[in-house]
Design a protein around this ligand. Structure first.
Ligand code: ATP
Ligand code: MG
Length: 544
């Protein structure tokens, strides 16, 4: 699947045609402070696919210039997610690799009298900044000489000052209509250990200064980011122009991708994990790529979904149904369709011999013959889904089992229910049925029509399994309400049932269609002692 035309692709085509650029170079710049979520997938897929379509390249750059929030454990996880999506970065860089050269550019700005060391505290700076309707005031330190600034900046670097005591600021315009241009901070002092550079630095560049320089250094032609950076573009261009970088990159913004009933901000996802409201970043309910992977989503489904949402300069919220449809389309012909009984009800075939089991032929996927056949067991003791039986057939639409009614067991025989057994509390515990040998699947029997077809497993050969079923993690998307009030209490339920023997050797992330029950994926915790399956989604959309 290719990227359809969108405004960024058009810009790239024009830039190549006009000779403005020779090659398309993009980058994906995550902060290594969290796991990637499906919103990030839009940025990843857009950057990599566009570059690929034009024969260009894409770097992965860890934006690790803020030492306070980062943790190198996220680096590996992010690499793994990108690889899983099927992309190989041309280079892997770290923003911190450029600390030296970024520092040199800062010196250059000071020498051009375009940057100065400021002693205002954060609060004072805010007061001086003005508002959207009022201009700001010049800092009293704005007119320091170049020599003084060079000296002080050197001392900042050498560790002479404490956190927040001084900053390096760009000298632009305190009455600029765009607040980002009112002498933005370029460097701040933070005495903290950095995961990459250790204790070498105690001054760190701000995103708005570091990012354009990183793009310039790497030769990035089209620096794509989400819409909230829109009003930072003017500063991006200022930095590139005033630093006179040999290469001139350009920033383009696209809308963020959101999904209904899904929280996509890192901060919230971290809260869910830290407060143990979920079972980790790879909890199958999480919108993280690692969570979606564990749930059973395929990379093709995610790509299809992201590309299907298109790309525009508007933030969009897409129904989670669309993501489910993508995975259904991807798995429909690809996976084995087998029997699983999630909520078992015991059935005894009273006219079938004790201690006998026969094996019947059944295709793995009737719409994909290449997948071959399996053997399905039939015997005296079976399980069917509890919901496939009612004592009294309620109406004509009921195409399942009832007392005195005959149904087809898929790929086996017709059975009729003759008697119901109860426990002391009046719960149904067993059905006594008879089968008709003449109705064997494949025999061509057509003297009677059964009241529908249901699935089953044979009791002595099937394997015990746990089925994890999911609903959306969040009940509503109203971000004003407290996180914990918005959680869906039914987002995870567990059922204990059985799967047919044919898939007893399954391995984690193998995907199946459990006939009539949905698409499932084998969980990491599954073992031969206890099979565990995660439901990816139901077979049909439950969208109303
Ligand atoms: P969050 O806002 O979820 O905390 P972020 O934007 O701070 O995420 P980064 O690590 O900075 O996370 O993101 C890397 C890239 O991914 C950025 O270019 C960002 O614009 C993009 N990105 C993040 N979330 C989305 C989203 N929901 N839709 C599209 N792009 C996104
Ligand atoms: Mg960010």
């Amino acid at each position: 699947m290719e990227i359809e035309s969108n405004f960024i692709k058009t810009i790239m085509e024009e830039d190549l045609a006009s000779g403005k650029v020779e090659e398309i170079v993009t980058r994906f710049p995550p902060e290594p402070n969290a796991y990637l979520h499906i919103g990030h997938a839009r940025a990843i897929i857009t950057n990599f696919e566009l570059a690929k379509q034009f024969g260009g390249r894409t770097n992965l750059r860890f934006d690790d210039t803020n030492p306070v929030k980062e943790d190198s454990s996220f680096v590996e996880a992010i690499k793994e997610d990108i690889q899983w999506l099927g992309y190989e970065p041309a280079n892997i860089f770290f923003g911190s690799d450029y600390f030296e050269i970024t520092y040199d550019y800062a010196i250059k700005l000071i020498k051009k009298n375009l940057a100065y060391v400021c002693d205002l505290s954060q609060e004072e700076m805010r007061d001086y900044r003005g508002t959207l309707t009022e201009p700001g005031k010049d800092s009293p330190y704005r007119n320091r000489t170049v020599e003084e600034n060079l000296q002080l900046f050197e001392e900042m670097k050498a560790g002479k000052f404490g956190d927040g005591e001084k900053t390096l600021r760009a000298k632009i315009d305190m009455s600029h209509p765009n607040m980002n241009m009112r002498d933005p901070v370029l460097y701040r002092i933070i005495h903290i250990y950095h995961h990459n550079t250790g204790d070498k630095w105690c001054i760190y560049p701000m995103y708005d200064f570091a990012h354009p320089l990183q793009d310039a250094i790497e030769g990035v032609t089209h620096s794509l980011c989400s819409l909230e950076y829109d009003d930072h573009r003017i500063l991006y261009d200022w930095v590139v122009e005033k630093c006179e970088t040999p290469h001139v990159p350009h920033q383009y913004e696209f809308g963020r991708l959101n999904i209904t009933n899904t929280i996509m901000s890192k901060r919230y996802l971290k809260q869910l994990v830290d407060k143990n409201l979920v079972r980790g970043y790879d909890d199958p309910r999480m919108p993280t790529l690692t969570g979606l992977r564990r749930r059973g989503y395929t990379k093709d489904a995610i790509k299809d979904f992201v590309l299907g949402t298109g790309l525009s300069r508007i933030n969009s919220t897409v129904s989670s149904e669309m993501l489910e449809n993508s995975v259904r389309n991807d798995l429909n012909y690809k996976v084995k369709r087998v029997n699983a009984v999630l909520e078992p009800l015991k059935v005894v075939i009273t006219n079938y011999p004790e201690d006998q089991v026969e094996w019947l032929d059944a295709p793995y996927n009737k719409d994909n013959e290449a997948m071959g056949n399996r053997k399905v067991a039939f015997g005296r003791n079976l399980f069917i889904e509890r919901e496939d039986f009612v004592e009294e057939k309620p109406n004509k639409k009921w195409k399942r089992l009832a007392l005195g009614i005959e149904v087809r067991l898929m790929y086996a025989y017709f059975i009729t229910c003759n008697e119901v057994k109860y426990d002391d509390f009046g719960n149904i515990v067993e059905l006594q049925c008879t089968y008709d040998p003449k109705t064997k699947s494949g025999s061509g029997f057509d003297e009677r029509k059964p009241n529908g077809t249901i699935h089953f497993v044979e009791a002595t050969t099937s394997k015990r399994a746990t089925f994890n079923l999911f609903e959306p993690l969040m009940i509503d998307s109203d971000s004003k309400r407290d996180l914990e009030d918005r959680l869906n209490p039914n987002s995870w339920s567990e059922l204990e049932g059985f799967v047919e023997k044919a898939i007893e050797d399954t391995h984690p992330l193998e995907r199946f269609q459990f006939i009539r029950k949905g698409y499932f994926s084998t969980d990491y915790d599954s073992s031969s002692e206890g099979l565990v399956f995660n439901r990816i989604c139901e077979l049909k959309s439950s969208f109303k």
